[in-house]
Design a protein around this ligand. Structure first.
Ligand code: ATP
Length: 299
């Protein structure tokens, strides 16, 4: 388990992370989310020991993260850090050796991963000769070459096409099933929603929302109702608690402030003709993120 307990980080007088706490169990994929400058990269750097915490503790399987555990960690940084004059093979040997692996094992694992990502032919090519997307794949392969106990992925999908996002996603899920603890950040909420069980949203280093995605969605009172019926937008807008009505193709999307309003909307719709759809939907993580961050900014 990874435990981040009451962690605070100052850069000089500036508080970049403010009393942050969360924990991630093995086999869980955790999302560390926030707008630009929220403190994600700072938090990642503290977790892997690149930066000292000002206050608080960070434990991996009950122990502080130091040299004795660095070979159990994989980190895909936001700023890409490949040694571009090396070939893929040389790079893998370099990273793998740093992680305490034997050369034979490194090459076996490299060949397996290159094949998975459909780029086996690049094994003896220099990194600088590869396309941006393929460099990204190599960087990801380097981060997971040692099947890390703790894997940190800072914006892993940036610059990838949807097909390759899927390949990365499958590999991340597979590592998680094998017992890796995985934390990742992304500004793309649809990616987070796809496979994060648990998350924290931070703003100016402070927690705005934390917990299991399922619970967060259930607790979040605002819902959307999708309606197909002979009813006018204005009639729906008159109902107390209806915040917004949007016409989408041949249906209406009604945003309501609380699930208590569903009954009132249903009553109004049921009096109408041609009702073929009335579906109450959970809000997307993107809606929750925008709303929670907006509320926190207003405070
Ligand atoms: P982004 O999504 O833009 O990458 P982030 O959430 O990763 O942002 P951080 O890079 O952790 O944010 O930065 C958090 C805050 O700390 C920002 O206000 C940033 O300007 C500040 N900061 C980061 N590094 C330093 C530093 N070395 N010295 C001083 N301030 C810093």
């Amino acid at each position: 388990m990874l435990e981040v307990k009451n962690v605070t980080k100052y850069y000089g007088n500036f508080k970049a992370v403010d009393n942050l706490s969360f924990s991630v169990k093995e086999g869980e994929i955790f999302g560390l989310l926030g707008v630009n400058g929220a403190g994600k990269t700072t938090t990642f750097r503290m977790i892997i020991g690149l930066l000292d915490v000002t206050e608080g503790t960070i434990l991996l399987d009950g122990k502080p993260i130091d040299y004795s555990v660095t070979d159990k960690i994989g980190f895909l940084t936001e700023e890409r850090s490949l040694l571009i004059k090396m070939t893929v093979r040389e790079q893998a040997i370099y990273y793998g050796t740093l992680k305490g692996m034997k050369e034979k094992k490194i090459i076996e694992r490299l060949e397996e991963l290159l094949a998975k990502f459909g780029i086996s032919e690049y094994i003896d090519k220099k990194i600088k000769e590869l396309s941006k997307g393929n460099q990204q794949k190599i960087q990801f392969i380097m981060a997971i070459i040692n099947e890390p106990r703790l894997l940190i992925l800072d914006e892993p999908f940036s610059g990838l096409d949807p097909f390759n996002v899927e390949l990365f996603k499958n590999e991340i899920v597979e590592l998680s099933k094998k017992g890796s603890i995985i934390i990742f950040s992304s500004h793309r909420m649809e990616h987070v929603e796809l496979f994060c069980k648990k998350l924290v949203i931070i703003l100016k280093g402070k927690t705005v929302l934390e917990g299991y995605l399922k619970d967060i969605k259930e607790k979040y009172q605002k819902k959307n109702i999708m309606i197909k019926a002979d009813i006018k937008k204005d009639e729906l807008l008159k109902i107390d608690g209806v915040e917004e009505v949007t016409e989408k193709a041949d249906e209406l999307e009604v945003k309501i402030s609380s699930s208590k309003i569903v009954d009132n909307v249903f009553k109004a719709v049921s009096k109408k003709k041609n009702v073929t759809k009335f579906v109450v939907e959970e809000p997307s993580l993107n809606e929750i993120f925008v709303s929670k961050v907006g509320e926190a900014y207003e405070k």
